[in-house]
Ligand binder design. Structure first.
Ligand code: 13P
Ligand code: SF4
Length: 302
């Protein structure tokens, strides 16, 4: 009896459903390989906005699937693993952000895209790690800013721009575990390597690296640099593309290996189930989506 692989079944169902599969740079290699587009948060938001497909299967964490739905409300957005959340986004609950807004009505609230739709509905503008510097520079100098929920990204952008900001006490558990001592040790072990890290890392880790870049920025950097050896300070899923796209270069992950357990929940099996059973559609109220879209659109227009 002839059996078809998960990949073949996914391709067939994807065509039947007229669906597009979007995946974040951190999901497992086989899931990246079946996707139509793999990218960072900003690139995926833009893809979702321009998808023009009735079905989007979003392989990433919940806030990313929500963002896709907000930007493409006419599409059915399927999140294959609804339990794949982002612990950092949960560190800024909507009620607490609303309370802050009420207490400081004149402060500009800048939300990293790693926030729930309910939080986006409360803020002035969003940013991603790829455009945070540009977004902060666009805010008039006389305005107070609260940056949420990532205190590391906020502190790193504050140092880049010289702009003082209030920082929400959130962080990414995966990137926060990358310690300066480990970063120093790996640099010392590979003195001929360039080191790039994600700006969700502690500022003390960014100090040790050569550059702090979004995942999309890391992929571009890796292609363009003359360096043959690159130390990578971010979630290890990115190594899949880095190695495939740059066969002549060596990529050295941090030790211990940074892993996001939520990104790893998305499997080929769950993508197939999603397409077969049309599960699990992201469901958000129209009014909430309309409010949450404003800060994202503001970000995309800058
Ligand atoms: P990027 O926008 O750089 O892909 O980052 C998303 C993220 O969740 C990093 O932890
Ligand atoms: Fe959230 Fe960190 Fe995972 Fe990114 S790596 S999705 S910030 S927990």
């Amino acid at each position: 009896m002839k059996t078809t692989s998960f990949e073949d079944q996914i391709r067939e169902l994807k065509n039947q459903r007229n669906a597009v599969i979007l995946a974040h740079n951190y999901v497992e290699g086989p899931v990246q390989d079946i996707a139509d587009f793999v990218g960072d948060s900003l690139e995926l938001s833009i893809k979702a906005k321009n998808a023009e497909k009735p079905v989007i299967v979003f392989c990433g964490v919940s806030f990313m699937a929500e963002t896709a739905k907000i930007l493409s409300p006419q599409s059915i957005v399927l999140h294959p693993e609804p339990s794949a959340g982002c612990p950092m986004s949960d560190m800024a609950p909507a009620h607490a952000v609303r309370e802050y807004r009420e207490a400081y009505p004149d402060t500009v609230l800048v939300a990293y895209v790693n926030t729930t739709a309910a939080v986006k509905a409360e803020v002035d503008i969003c940013c991603t790690s790829a455009n945070a510097e540009k977004i902060i520079r666009s805010i008039p100098a006389d305005k107070k800013i609260m940056f949420l929920p990532d205190q590391n990204l906020g502190a790193n952008v504050m140092r880049l721009t010289g702009r003082k900001m209030e920082l929400w006490p959130g962080y990414c558990p995966t990137h926060n575990r990358i310690m300066p001592e480990a970063a120093k040790k790996i640099r010392a072990a590979h003195p001929d390597a360039v080191m790039i890290v994600h700006p969700e890392c502690l500022p003390a880790v960014v100090d040790i690296a050569d550059y702090a870049l979004s995942t999309g920025g890391m992929l571009r950097f890796a292609k363009e640099t003359e360096a043959r050896k690159i130390i990578i300070g971010t979630e290890h899923g990115i190594l899949h593309r880095l190695r495939n796209e740059n066969p002549g270069k060596e990529f050295i992950p941090m030790y211990p290996l940074p892993a996001c357990p939520n990104m790893k929940k998305i499997k080929l099996e769950s993508v197939l189930d999603a397409l077969e059973k049309m599960q699990y559609p992201v469901e958000l109220g129209v009014e909430l989506m309309d409010r949450a879209r404003l800060p994202i659109e503001r970000m995309l227009s800058i």
